[in-house]
Each structure stands twice: as C-alpha cells, then as structure tokens.
Design a protein around this ligand. Structure first.
Ligand code: AMP
Length: 208
C-alpha cells in the first residue's frame, strides 16, 4: 500500500503519519525529517538545503525525487510506504505516479488561521527528533528524552507565513490532482489527534 499525506504545514501530518504507518506496517517517509537529518550531519545536501528550509521555501524537485527513489528501494518499504510532506509540487506528484501506484491521498484539512496558532506552539527536540506542544513541556525539557527543546527556525512566524504561501501556491493544487484521480480522502484535521486518526483508519479499512 502506498499512501500520501497532504495538508498545510502544522496540520498534524507527522503525528498522524507515524500512527498510521505503525498500524499498517508501512515505512514512514518524511522528506522533511530526511532533510533535517542531512542538515544535522552537515552533508553536502544538508548544506544546500538548510537556507532553503529556514526560509520556508521548497528544496528542488530533483534533489527530493532522488532522495525518495533511493529511500523506496530500502527493505522496510516492501510492505508499502506512507509519504509525509511529499509530494509538494505538481512535478513531484507526476514523478511519483510514474514510479509508484498511490492507493490513497489523505488530505488533513485545517484552516490557515489555525495553522499559525498551532505552529507557534510547536517545539522540536534536536536530540530525539520529536515535536511537542508548548503546554506538554516542563522546564524546556523534551517529554520523551529530557533534552532541551527548541523552536525550529522554520516554525518562526515569518517563516510560517511564507510556508503557508508556498503551500497554497505549490502544494494545495495536489488536492485536486488526487481528487481527479479518484484517490482523495479529506479529513477534518481541526480535532483531537485520536479523532483524526479514527477517520483515517475507517477509510483505510474500507480500502482493504
Ligand atoms: P516538513 O517538515 O515536511 O514541513 O519540511 C520542512 C522543510 O523541508 C520544508 O519547508 C521544505 O523546505 C523542505 N521539504 C520537505 N519536503 C519537501 C518536498 N517534498 N519538496 C520540497 N521541499 C521539501
């Protein structure tokens, strides 16, 4: 099974994607996480991507597609994969359909005024890579590993606004792309994590 998770930045895609991937034993492929790892490790790709990511712009289709194709050849993708944050452009979606058969695109729908609010509440743990909300953090420590959390540069307000603009212009049209292909499921993402997850599971169980 190949799934794609769509939705604006900060819609909760990552959290849902992780849970759904665990339940259906799919490889969770987050291009954002892969790029952040490259940045942390200071690779050539990471050095190229860093400024682009900090500005909230998109890394080139060429780099992303090479990364994704490579990743799909790894053994944990045998049972299928769930893409989180990919595709983000029409060219990426076209390329993906040439090398994989997408079963369903799940669109996590959250209105943009709620996104800015949510993203300003997000904190990131550079040590274990998890994302938490401010209200779950005590004394600046990651609830999972205890190391200090930070606000990602790309979660700061000016960047968030730019990421939303980029999303509207480049990624939102993919909703129509998958709708036309008869592969779109839209869920209301402005609810608690468990309720959103249940809606997704309900639709996926219907597919099987
Ligand atoms: P994310 O964690 O998915 O929001 O990704 C963080 C940043 O990585 C984005 O703002 C982009 O700069 C870059 N990025 C992640 N995935 C892609 C993609 N599929 N295409 C282009 N850039 C991407």
């Amino acid at each position: 099974m190949i799934l794609v998770f769509l939705g604006p930045p900060g819609a909760g895609k990552g959290t849902q994607a992780q849970r759904v991937a665990n339940k259906y034993v799919l490889a969770h492929i987050s291009t954002g996480d892969m790029l952040r790892k490259e940045v942390r490790e200071g690779t050539e790709l990471g050095q190229k991507a860093r400024a682009i990511m900090d500005a909230g712009e998109l890394v080139s289709d060429e780099i992303i597609l090479a990364m994704v194709k490579n990743r799909l050849s790894e053994p944990d993708c045998k049972n299928g994969a769930l893409f989180d944050g990919f595709p983000r452009t029409h060219a990426q979606a076209e390329a993906l359909s040439a090398f994989a058969n997408v079963d369903l695109a799940v669109n996590i729908d959250v209105p943009s005024h709620r996104i800015v609010e949510r993203m300003s509440q997000r904190r990131f743990c550079p040590a274990c890579g998890c994302t938490t909300r401010v209200k779950e953090i005590i004394s600046g420590a990651c609830p999972k590993c205890g190391k200090p959390v930070i606000q990602r540069d790309d979660d700061k307000e000016a960047t968030v606004l730019n990421r939303l603009e980029v999303y509207e212009a480049q990624t939102k049209p993919l909703i129509e792309f998958y709708e036309r292909a008869g592969k779109l499921l839209t869920v209301d993402g402005d609810r608690d994590v468990g309720a959103v997850f249940e809606s997704v599971v309900h639709a996926l169980d219907g597919l099987a």
